[in-house]
Design a protein around this ligand. Structure first.
Ligand SMILES: [Cu+2]
Ligand SMILES: [Zn+2]
Length: 193
């Protein structure tokens, strides 16, 4: 008799626990998602500065959000003709000739890749290309960079490199980490406007 009573009450306690636990678990799922978009900025900007005093690379880059997609536009001057790696790097520091920006912004532990690849750093925006007048027109649409959450690029750095980003495909020792894009020519910190 005692054993049965005990078993029944233990079972009941477990059931109640499971139900309450389930409810708490259910309601613990973030319910604030609907409120987040109102607080997420729609526009950000970055004013490039040369990595060294001798660098003539200049430009202002704008980021405009439409829903989950961000359009990156601007003109960069002072670049050698050809392609140049264009990335969001991890930190919001441009010190030490842009090296303080650290590596590519990579919140999910992915490999370096092309902007169109699933396996890419969030910060991998590919290349920009300068013409014979040393001007590059930037016009990139991307749905991995964000203004909130895991992929938030606000307060991080934009870096332009001396060489072409091989998009992870070049077979160099650093292709899968940096795209073998070479030195840092210019950088800036992305801020909401
Ligand atoms: Cu970079
Ligand atoms: Zn990368």
């Amino acid at each position: 008799m005692v054993d049965i009573k005990l078993t029944v009450s233990v079972t009941a306690a477990l059931l109640v626990g499971a139900v309450v636990g389930g409810l708490v678990g259910h309601f613990a799922v973030p319910s604030s998602d609907q409120n987040v978009p109102k607080m997420v900025p729609t526009e950000a900007q970055c004013v490039l500065q040369g990595a060294s005093s001798g660098s003539g690379v200049r430009g202002t880059i704008s980021f405009r959000r439409s829903g989950e997609e961000i359009t990156v536009t601007g003109t960069v001057s002072g670049l050698s003709m050809g392609k140049h790696g264009f990335h969001i790097h991890q930190t919001g520091s441009t010190a030490n000739e842009c090296k303080a920006a650290k590596g590519h912004f990579n919140p999910h532990g992915a490999h370096h890749g092309s902007p169109s690849s699933d396996d890419r750093h969030v910060g991998d925006l590919g290349n920009i290309e300068a013409d014979a007048n040393q001007l590059a027109n930037v016009n990139i649409r991307d749905s991995r960079i964000r203004f909130a959450g895991d992929g938030n690029i606000l307060g991080r750095s934009l870096v332009i490199h001396s060489e072409e980003d091989d998009l992870g495909l070049g077979g160099q020792s650093d292709s899968r980490t940096t795209g073998h894009a070479g030195a840092r020519l210019a950088c800036c910190i992305i801020g909401a406007v």
